[in-house]
Design a protein around this ligand. Structure first.
Ligand code: TYD
Length: 213
């Protein structure tokens, strides 16, 4: 089987970690060679940049954009391209679509620059399927807060750079994702992320199986 690349996108709290883990577990149980990654991260440089990118230290929008792209370029060259070349399945928790949505629509950085940088960082090897878990930002951010409280954390002290943004920002991010899904109808699948996790997992499984069949 040629390599398969599946990415998950959505606003904070859309349910990506639950669904990426479920897909990873089910594919692994069926004998596939699967690698689960998250962006930014999953390389030494990516983890280093992630720490700076998500906390509240000073960072201008152009630098923020370039750091996300640097993390992606490193991950692409050192992990994703080799894994796909050896016939593996790669599942990414966020990918290039997040930059379009957060830095493009959220921060209002020039989209033409972002598309160019995404092409450069990804070597134009985009996911075979991008699953957009679509929830409204109120629902997503509410889930993030509940999760933090469940872990005994104080939400006021644990919000990251992006969760701390106004609702207006997150609404722009969501509409950016929806626009990307419309722009790439063959390669993006929008799923209503407010449905039961089991139903969502079943829909994702069917979509992935259609690609490997
Ligand atoms: P995420 O892993 O979803 O957050 P968490 O640690 O809470 O699970 O991603 C970290 C943040 O980075 C998230 O708020 C979205 C943001 N982000 C961008 O702004 N641009 C990007 O290109 C990527 C990959 C993430």
């Amino acid at each position: 089987m040629p390599g398969l690349f599946v990415a998950f996108e959505g606003v904070d709290g859309a349910g990506k970690s639950t669904q990426t883990q479920r897909l990873h577990a089910r594919l692994t149980a069926q004998g596939y060679d699967v690698t689960l990654l998250r962006e930014p991260g999953s390389t030494e440089l990516g983890d280093y940049l992630r720490a700076y990118l998500v906390d509240g230290r000073p960072l201008t929008s152009p630098a923020e954009l370039l750091l996300f792209e640097a993390a992606r370029a490193e991950l692409m060259s050192t992990v994703i391209v080799p894994k796909l070349a050896s016939g593996g399945v790669v599942i990414a928790d966020r990918f290039a679509g997040s930059t379009v949505a957060y830095q493009g629509h959220g921060r209002r950085m020039d989209l033409a620059h972002i598309f160019w940088l995404n092409d450069f960082a990804t070597q134009k090897r985009y996911p075979d399927l991008t699953i957009l878990l679509d929830v409204d930002p109120e629902t997503g951010l509410g889930r993030v807060r509940q999760r933090q409280i469940g872990q005994g954390l104080d939400p006021a002290e644990t919000v990251n750079r992006f969760e701390d943004e106004a609702l207006r920002f997150h609404r722009a991010v969501r509409s950016g994702f929806l626009e990307e899904a419309k722009r790439n109808p063959g390669r993006w699948l929008r799923i209503d992320g407010s449905r039961a996790a089991d139903d969502i997992a079943a829909e994702i499984w069917d979509a992935v199986m259609r690609l490997v069949a």
